[in-house]
Design a protein around this ligand. Structure first.
Ligand code: GDP
Length: 295
């Protein structure tokens, strides 16, 4: 699970701090130097790590924190608050429009987990009493529609597909179908590519313009660390996403993407994928993640 190394390193640094009755400015600065190194080793963006430790130092040094009876614990509390803030503060849910259906456009690079997470989302929504409709918009890989059908069946959700018809038209027809048949969520699985290219982005922009999605969720693989963050930044600049689904958190021991996405892109991580099963989807809770790091 994410944050293993980071949690251990921070725990060692903070043990030292907490064992001291009184802290000097130098003690805090030394601890923050260790925190910064630990963050970098966890593959956190360099600028994010630097700003983070500067902020904690600023709040701790020269304030009443240092005069308190348990200054070490106070510093750890500040770190906890700042880590939570770094990951977005509070959790962010899917948007619901005044007039259903909510239209969720899933995008991302091939292999990130887009199709799996479209189905996971449908499964979770179904369990909450909703009626999601999955839409096959990845028409370029012959196996993609079939793959969506297989996972959708497991999730117990219907698939709207029109073969290799222009996905913009398929998306429009799917939204109409949802209105006619009472589906309150439309989840569009779009094409993925090995890298970001102009034809892919142009197609995504056309789908966006056609169906005006309530959410544009970018699916990125946590195991790719800073690369995931770079992908998120580029997609956001080109498409103005509303949030991120961070997948494969179960296989990511470092946690750099989880810690950097919000700070770098300004967009929240809304969900985390934690395994290959349909039920392995969690709402991303920044406070719980911070507590996981600090043990
Ligand atoms: P797509 O190309 O983006 O649609 O990616 P897929 O949905 O086909 O997923 C690619 C691979 O990643 C599949 O083998 C999935 O089972 C696997 N996968 C997806 N999400 C997760 C996750 O959260 N954890 C783990 N361990 N594997 C995942």
């Amino acid at each position: 699970m994410a944050f293993e190394g980071l949690a251990e390193k921070l725990s060692n640094s903070f043990k030292k701090l907490k064992s001291k009755g009184k802290l000097s400015d130098a003690d805090v600065k030394e601890a923050m130097r260790e925190v910064r190194l630990a963050l970098l080793e966890a593959d956190v963006n360099y600028k994010v790590a630097k700003e983070f430790t500067n902020k904690v130092t600023e709040r701790a040094v020269g304030s009443e924190v240092m005069e308190s009876l348990t200054p070490g614990q106070m510093v750890v509390k500040i770190v906890n608050e700042e880590l939570t803030g770094l990951m977005g503060g509070s959790e962010e849910r899917l948007k619901m429009p005044a007039h259903p259906p909510a239209v969720i456009m899933m995008c991302g690079l091939q292999g990130a987990g887009k199709t799996t997470h479209a189905a996971k989302l449908a499964y979770q929504l179904k369990s909450q009493g909703h009626r999601p409709l999955l839409v096959a918009g990845d028409i370029y890989r012959p196996a993609a529609i079939k793959q969506l059908q297989v996972v959708a069946e497991k999730a117990g959700a219907p698939v709207f597909e029109k073969g290799t018809q222009d996905p913009v038209i398929t998306a429009r027809e799917a939204v109409k179908h949802a209105r006619d048949y009472g589906n309150d969520y439309v989840i569009i699985d779009t094409a993925g590519r090995l890298q970001i290219d102009e034809p892919l982005m142009e197609e995504l922009r056309r789908i966006k313009a056609e169906v005006e999605p309530t959410d544009i969720l970018l699916v990125v693989d946590a195991m790719t660390g800073q690369e995931a963050v770079n992908v998120a930044k580029t997609f956001d600049e080109l498409l103005d996403i509303t949030g991120v689904i961070l997948t494969k958190l179960d296989g990511d021991t470092r946690g750099g993407a989880a810690l950097s996405v919000k700070a770098v892109t300004g967009k929240p991580i809304k969900f985390a994928g934690t395994g290959e099963k349909l039920s392995d989807l969690e709402v991303f809770h920044p406070d719980r993640m911070a507590s996981r790091i600090l043990g």
